[in-house]
Write a protein that binds this ligand. Structure first.
Ligand SMILES: [Zn+2]
Length: 94
């Protein structure tokens, strides 16, 4: 099933992506070394997390959608481009 950048991903899909792409010995937090991450994607299906792209008046003109993890121990924030995760899920489905 083809999904858009607006489609929320399940925690299981994100977990499968990380399992496939990130070696087990590289999953701990680069700041504190603890391997406990919280996943944030926005609170509802209509919200999307990412990096805001602003114009010169600080008005948001675009969003770079991202899957956002925060370290449960120290709060370090780590992001993966949502498009890359979607591309991988699509390949996995075929
Ligand atoms: Zn940490």
């Amino acid at each position: 099933m083809k999904r858009s950048l607006n489609s929320p991903l399940t925690a299981q899909e994100v977990e499968r992506f990380i399992d496939a792409k990130v070696p087990a010995d590289r999953r701990s937090c680069p700041r504190c070394g603890v391997d406990r991450w919280n996943l944030s994607q926005g609170e509802s299906g209509n919200e999307m997390l990412g990096l805001s792209i602003l114009d010169e008046r600080q008005k948001q003109v675009a969003l770079y959608p991202a899957i956002v993890f925060s370290c449960e121990n120290c709060g370090f924030v780590s992001m993966h481009a949502k498009q890359t995760v979607l591309n991988w899920l699509e390949e996995e489905d075929t």
